[in-house]
Design a binder for this molecule. Structure first.
Ligand code: G6P
Length: 612
């Protein structure tokens, strides 16, 4: 969701702001804007805003020949008010400009108070209230940094902000609480942004701000304090993220690149088990043995694709570790009465580590006394990772495409390791089984690479059904969540309406929809449910439905009129969902290509959902 870039440097920072915004595009946005301070003569704010892409904003900057040494910039994903130029950031209050990521929950109250004082609002956003509130504070607190702190003290909700002022043109102020923000220390100045990718163009030296931090950036240095003004030191890190990792290279889209990076991403995530030996529970943290040994139940909380990873893990945890496991959508769990159980291991799964509902669900579980917590996440310094007792950081590398692919398969790899660790600590894993499961995991990158070779056939299938308006995905057992994930991918990026059902439910409703206009995609591995699934497929065929079946090496399903079969290279037992989802990712990707949709930035969606 919204992204922020701030810069103060001995150079024209406009291209830096624009390039930073381009790197944040993947977070999802619908409008963009920037404000700079012209410091020759009387300092003066100049603001540009555009609905649509950053390219539009860049064109405006070019046309006006904009140049400055200090500025703030923003991509907006609409929450309060429609996507429009009026609602795009920065928001201005007489000489002050503010960009903001997050949601101010008490903005209506603030807005009425400020209106009563005579402030006129020109947008429907919560952010504009911050700008006017700061302006009001400056009347009694002349120092900009102190006035920002006083403003933050009145905000309820989540924010990362950037501030510029005509009255104080030599510094930019930034702050965060609940939304990500980091500082960049460059050769020629200081920077801030919502993520590292935006700053790699100028520096690798980054400082991760903590919740509640306020920072001042000047040409000659920076300082960080808590919101009450207490100075704090935050470590300077050298980011290991390579600029290549966020470049497209030879690929047409990030989603395609990320699908094809899966063998590497899985290899990196599983590096700790590559060298032989057994599974070590300490992969999840120093206290893992104690916590896993006292775990009687597992509760997995997540959203979107990460929720589907949790659904697959439930099958693994119950069948291998023999521990009861429930999986719940975070936004539901956080608002319902549940029965807390301190012997439950609460596992949160999130590629971004920022998802507001997942973070809130985790905090809610902790508030109920469930303190055995584990995060599985792709961003080591994220809010979710900081909140849990145990953690496993997947090493998928940056995922730019909104539709999650390599983050999902690496989450599954992490969850397979978790299953083995839980089983081992609880005495439910024989040496023989441990060796067998680990051998499978080690071979996974090669197995996924073979699935990727099926791309030409899958592309052919995608051509056939991209013209359809609906699609039905079927799976059974641990492949039902893979059917769910296949349907989610298809609707996210090709806008074809897709539903997934456990195949046994077919005749309890969805069969009524089946005709030749409704392609049915079946995930049909050679497992114990195959015969049952075959009967379900017959039910579709008998109604004239067109079937696309992802079988695997051992599934003998005859090809016939209206029944298309693709065989996966090998049957992969417990880890088979990881192979099958790759073919469904390719199917969605190619269907979207045929339809010509914006694959990496699907309409209305965001990569990091930092609001409820
Ligand atoms: C958004 C993204 C999805 C992701 C979901 C959960 O909807 O577009 O790709 O699965 O959020 O995000 P998380 O970062 O918590 O995995």
């Amino acid at each position: 969701m919204c992204g922020i870039v701030t810069a103060i440097a001995r150079r024209n920072i406009v291209p830096v702001l624009l390039e930073g915004l381009r790197k944040l595009e993947y977070r999802g946005y619908d409008s963009a804007g920037l404000a700079v301070l012209k410091t020759e003569g009387t300092p003066q704010l100049q603001r540009l805003r555009a609905v649509g892409r950053v390219a539009e904003l860049a064109a405006q900057a070019d046309a006006t020949g904009l140049s400055a040494e200090i500025g703030i910039a923003h991509t907006r994903w609409a929450t309060h008010g429609v996507p429009s130029e009026r609602n795009a950031h920065p928001h201005i209050s007489a000489g002050l400009a503010v960009v903001h990521n997050g949601i101010i929950e008490n903005f209506e109250e603030l807005r009425s108070g400020l209106q009563a004082k005579g402030y006129k609002f020109t947008s429907e956003t919560d952010t504009e209230a911050i700008a006017h509130l700061l302006h009001d504070k400056l009347k009694s607190i002349p120092d900009l940094f102190d006035a920002v702190r006083a403003t933050l003290a009145e905000l309820v909700g989540a924010y990362a902000i950037g501030v510029l002022s005509e009255t104080d043109p030599n510094r930019a102020i930034v702050a965060r609480k609940g939304s990500p923000l980091l500082l960049g220390i460059g050769e020629d100045g200081y920077y801030a942004a919502s993520d590292t990718a935006a700053l790699l163009q100028v520096t690798r030296k980054v400082v991760y701000l903590e919740d509640g931090d306020v920072a001042e950036l000047r040409l000659d240095g920076y300082r960080v304090t808590l919101q009450d003004g207490t100075p704090v030191e935050r470590a300077v890190n050298i980011s290991s993220l390579s600029a290549d990792a966020v470049e497209l290279g030879k690929y047409r889209h990030y989603m395609q690149k990320e699908i094809f990076e899966q063998p590497q991403a899985l290899g990196n995530t599983l590096e700790m088990i590559a060298g032989g030996g057994g599974i070590s529970p300490q992969l999840f943290g120093a206290d893992a043995v104690g916590i896993f040994g006292a775990t009687r139940r597992v509760l997995i909380l997540a959203c979107g694709t990460s929720y589907h990873a949790g659904l697959v893990a439930r099958y693994w945890i119950e069948s291998v570790a023999k521990i009861s496991c429930t999986v719940e959508i975070a936004s539901e769990y956080r608002y319902r009465d549940s029965v807390p159980d301190p012997e439950t291991l609460v596992v949160v799964i999130s590629q971004s580590g920022e998802t507001a509902d997942t973070l809130a669900a985790l905090k809610f579980a902790k508030s109920l006394g469930m303190n055995k917590t584990l995060a599985i996440c792709n961003v080591p310094e994220s809010a979710i990772v900081r909140e849990t007792a145990l953690r496993f950081v997947t090493r998928a590398g940056p995922e730019i495409g909104v539709a999650s692919t390599k983050a999902f398969t690496t989450q599954l790899a992490a969850l397979a390791l978790l299953t083995l660790a839980l089983a081992k600590v609880n005495g439910r894993l024989s040496d023989e089984d441990e060796a067998m499961h680990l051998a499978h995991l080690r071979h996974l990158p090669v197995a996924v690479a073979k699935v990727l070779e099926l791309e030409p056939e899958i592309e052919g299938w995608a051509q056939r059904f991209a013209s359809k308006h609906h699609a039905l995905f079927l799976g059974r057992g641990m492949h039902y969540p893979i059917a769910l994930e296949g349907a989610l991918k298809l609707k996210e990026i090709s806008y074809i309406h897709a539903e997934a059902y456990p195949a046994g439910e077919l005749k309890h409703g969805p069969l009524a929809l089946v005709d030749k206009e409704m392609p049915v995609i079946a995930v049909a591995p050679a497992d114990s449910l195959l015969e049952k699934l075959k009967s379900n497929l017959q039910e579709v065929k008998a109604r004239g439905g067109e079937l696309y079946v992802f079988a695997d090496a051992g599934s003998e399903i005859p090809q016939s009129e209206g029944v298309h079969i693709l065989h996966m290279p090998e049957h992969y037992g417990l880890l088979s969902p990881i192979l099958h989802v790759v073919s469904l990712q390719l199917l969605s990707y190619h269907a979207a290509l045929v339809k010509g949709t914006d694959v990496d930035k699907p309409r209305n969606l965001a990569k990091s959902v930092t609001v409820e």
